[in-house]
Design a binder for this molecule. Sequence first.
Ligand SMILES: Cc1ncc(C[n+]2csc(CCOP(=O)(O)OP(=O)(O)O)c2C)c(N)n1
Ligand code: SF4
Ligand SMILES: [Mg+2]
Length: 276
Amino acid sequence: MYNTKIKPTFCPGCGNYGIKQALQSALEQLDLKPHQAVITYDVGCNSNMADFIYAYGFHGLHGRSVPSAAGIKLANHKLPVIAIIGDGAFYSEGGTHFLNLMRANHDVTVIVHNNHRFSLTAGQYTSTTEEETITVTSPAGVIEEPVNPIAVSLVNHATFVARGFAGDVKHLTDLIISGVKHKGFSLIDVLQPCVIWNKEQSYEWYKKNIYYLKKADSKRQRALKDALNEKKLAVGVFYQENKPAYHEEFPALIKKPLVYQDIRKIDIREVMKEFG
Ligand SMILES: Cc1ncc(C[n+]2csc(CCOP(=O)(O)OP(=O)(O)O)c2C)c(N)n1
Ligand code: SF4
Ligand SMILES: [Mg+2]
């Protein structure tokens, strides 16, 4: 139901196949028909998915699929909105959106295809690439410390923080379902093998280096312990909190979604007099 006629063009073995499959299974299990949800896309290998998934979609600029998602949600908060984005886009290029949209608790689910590279443009290092990694833009090894998106989200007021693995589609499907059901901002960072530009972090490497969290914590400090674990990578829901979403607190949206409001009747002449 969610496939277009276009055959995916990801490289054979790319982790994006697993993420696509998990997203489509989640939509099916949530009983969302292609016209009942909106998916925003970015620029990158990950977001070529816009051509392959049959559902309402919006293609944004690099690093901007999440503000597009927040805007759509503000226009019609009855729609489930999912943003697809890469690590280079969300944690590097669109870093301000990463920091600021989660604080507002916009009710969107963000799925980050985290392959630790700018893959579409030939494998440059991003802000999540580990120190000392050799890439085309770091021939002597990366000097900077990597961003830890899970730890940053935990201390930056995100209300649902999770990490999945593209090689475990069933687990990732469950994370996406929980993220979409969560009322507020949900971050799902996905460990995504890129078989072309990141040979080190392969499926086998991840299988040896991940462990599964049992359940979401309700204390940020406790969840941080797993987020800061440098020996192994935790996958699962780190933290979840119930809090009103942005559209539930924004006065103009409390009665009904903006798209159902008749804005033709609004007369701004009185307000404008203040500035005349
Ligand atoms: C504003 C802007 N900056 C840079 C680019 C060039 N660009 C396009 S895709 C890309 C890499 C994408 O990396 P990432 O977001 O991690 O996605 P991936 O390809 O790894 O899935 C870059 C740098 C662009 N198109 N627009
Ligand atoms: S370059 Fe990497 S991320 Fe892009 S499609 Fe190929 S394997 Fe996937
Ligand atoms: Mg990337």
